[in-house]
Design a protein around this ligand. Structure first.
Ligand SMILES: Nc1ncnc2c1ncn2[C@@H]1O[C@H](COP(=O)(O)OP(=O)(O)OP(=O)(O)O)[C@@H](O)[C@H]1O
Ligand SMILES: [Mg+2]
Length: 224
């Protein structure tokens, strides 16, 4: 499988897409690939030297080699920490698909692999007239699903995988992320996910008090 680019979605917001995406960048770089991240749309930013900057985008930039310029990696940095559609409206912006496609093309030209982190869960819209599926279709990307291991995740994982397929897109792998150290029966839940999800598991990221993408990268098994 040529890992030239993929889109990272998850079972929900806050379940480890950024931890997994930065780990994927490190794992790809350990294989000698030029790997760069992208966060097409981010909501929730801080002003840094007069520019809006998002935490996820900065983490992806730090994990990238060669590091892309911020505006290409994160074309839409929406200040408010809200659903993107609402944050875009509050910023007085309409998100443009062609802006995102052009930024992606610039990243793709300079890297062997682009890891694109989505927003929230799969069905979270980017804007009033733009779904994540529209972007993924336009970029022609396969999808990798991060499953945040917590109560309810089997349902969320199966629904997410089904929705990706129903949108005509391909989910090529999933990552188990242990986001909740107190979750009961973690091994049993993992076994259920392995049995029920039709695509291969790319690895399992343990719970870490301070998530470290380099250590997490060692737990990933990417396809050849
Ligand atoms: N394996 C882990 N061990 C410990 N903490 C984790 C782990 N994975 C994620 N976390 C923590 O959970 C929180 C959410 O993780 P992360 O930011 O990667 O999620 P996300 O899906 O990217 O969220 P968003 O929807 O905001 O983009 C962070 O505080 C992160 O440090
Ligand atoms: Mg994130």
């Amino acid at each position: 499988m040529s890992l030239s680019a993929f889109y990272v979605t998850g079972t929900d917001t806050g379940i480890g897409k950024t931890v997994s995406s930065t780990a994927l960048l490190h794992a790809l770089r350990a294989r000698g690939r030029r790997a760069v991240g992208m966060k097409p749309v981010a909501s929730g930013c801080e002003l840094v030297d007069g520019q809006w900057r998002n935490e996820d985008a900065l983490a992806l930039q730090a994990a990238s080699d060669p590091p892309p310029d911020y505006a290409t990696l994160n074309p839409y940095a929406l200040p408010q920490p809200l659903a993107p559609e609402i944050a875009a409206a509050e910023a007085g912006l309409t998100l443009r698909l062609d802006t995102l496609v052009q930024a992606f093309a610039r990243l793709r030209a300079r890297a062997d692999t682009v890891v694109v982190e989505g927003v929230g869960g799969w069905a979270a819209p980017l804007d009033a007239a733009l779904d994540q599926a529209d972007l993924v279709r336009a970029l022609r990307l396969p999808v990798v699903m991060v499953v945040g291991l917590r109560l309810g995740c089997v349902n969320h994982a199966r629904l997410t995988a089904a929705a990706i397929g129903a949108d005509g897109l391909q989910c090529i792998g999933w990552i188990a992320n242990h986001v909740d150290p107190r979750m009961a029966r973690q091994e049993e839940n993992l076994a259920v996910l392995r049995r029920r999800l039709p695509m291969p598991c790319w690895g399992r990221i343990p719970w870490q008090p301070q998530p470290d993408p380099t250590a997490a990268a060692e737990r990933l098994r990417l396809p050849d």
